[in-house]
Design a protein around this ligand. Structure first.
Ligand code: GDP
Length: 299
């Protein structure tokens, strides 16, 4: 919690200061409410949340003075309410051997790192794990995945740069089926500037997996970087279209995260957020807790 709190401290302290600025010696009239709404939008919390806070505050309180602390309390409550239904751990289908997790996202968001952290958790819980280096576009991505595999004790299926990602995925699934592996994590490329190519590539990976196992992939996990702010919203939209995203992980909530965006994403898409990244290390990975998060944001 300390890391998360520090990570979103820029969001929460800016929010706190701005709220105090708006509310000092002011009546809660329309103008003040407009300004409040602006503060909430500036914190990336999204229109729906800003509207709801406005509605709640404007209900029968015009006669009273309202403080920044009051607003924070309301905010913490509303944020927790929005996050609760999406804050869920990633569940494995016990009958799936393997449970196939296709990991997608823009380059640099933390896909490979997240795969390493997830693999580590599964291994700690007694699961057998296989990794597939499906980002065949970047040599560094293949090398990184191999390093993570060595670190967590998971085998890695990899081919050379330029190989067909669908071929890698197929080989990995075949290997996992033979060995009775519990979880297969497949890394993918994230060249969003080549959206058409990426879409075709991911579609082919999915098609090839399904030939082997109609239920695969069981999870399409999108990795989002919390420092990218509003950009993360359009990434969810895009990857939902091109890859049928089912679950989310949000990384870099330890640095200079723009924490409000997580609330906007939860509200807009309602996709389960399984975990958060709070550092580069193998253990810097936490379950997503709605109440902790709400407290960290609201300050
Ligand atoms: P990919 O290109 O999506 O596979 O991204 P990588 O996994 O290679 O990560 C890109 C950079 O972000 C690396 O330097 C990682 O160490 C770093 N990174 C990943 N997750 C986190 C996180 O939760 N917190 C911080 N601070 N850095 C992270």
């Amino acid at each position: 919690f300390a890391r998360l709190k520090a990570g979103v401290s820029r969001t929460s302290s800016a929010l706190g200061e701005n709220l105090t600025g708006v509310l000092t010696k002011r009546k809660l009239d329309e103008e003040t409410l407009d300004e409040l709404e602006e503060v909430l939008l500036k914190a990336d919390l999204g229109f729906a949340m800003a509207d709801r806070i406005r509605d709640r505050l404007s209900m029968g309180r015009h006669d009273k003075n309202i403080t920044a602390a009051d607003v924070r309390a309301v905010l913490a409550e509303e944020v927790a309410q929005v996050l609760e239904p999406v804050a869920k751990p990633l569940e494995l289908d016990a009958d799936a051997k393997p449970h196939v997790i296709l990991v997608v996202g823009v380059n640099g968001t933390g896909k490979t790192t997240t795969i390493g952290k997830l693999a580590h958790q599964f291994v700690k819980n007694g699961k057998t794990v296989l990794l597939a280096a499906g980002d065949t576009f970047r040599a560094a991505a293949i090398d990184q995945l191999k390093i993570w595999g060595g670190r967590v004790g998971a085998e890695v299926v990899a081919r050379d740069v330029g190989a067909d990602p669908a071929g890698v995925a197929f080989e990995a699934l075949e290997r996992a089926k033979e060995a009775g592996t519990d979880v297969l994590l497949i890394d993918t490329a994230g060249r969003l500037h080549n959206k058409g190519d990426l879409m075709a590539e991911l579609a082919k990976v999915v098609r090839v997996l399904k030939k082997f196992d109609p239920d695969a992939p069981h999870t399409v996990l999108l990795v989002l970087d919390a420092t990218t702010g509003q950009n993360a919203l359009s990434q969810v939209q895009t990857f939902r279209e091109i890859a049928g995203v089912t679950n989310l992980v949000v990384t870099k909530l330890d640095g200079s995260a723009r924490g409000g965006i997580v609330v906007a994403i939860a509200e807009k898409f309602g996709l389960p957020i399984n975990a958060i990244g709070v550092g580069e290390g193998i253990e810097d990975f936490e379950p997503f807790d709605a109440h902790d998060y709400a407290r960290a944001i609201a300050g």
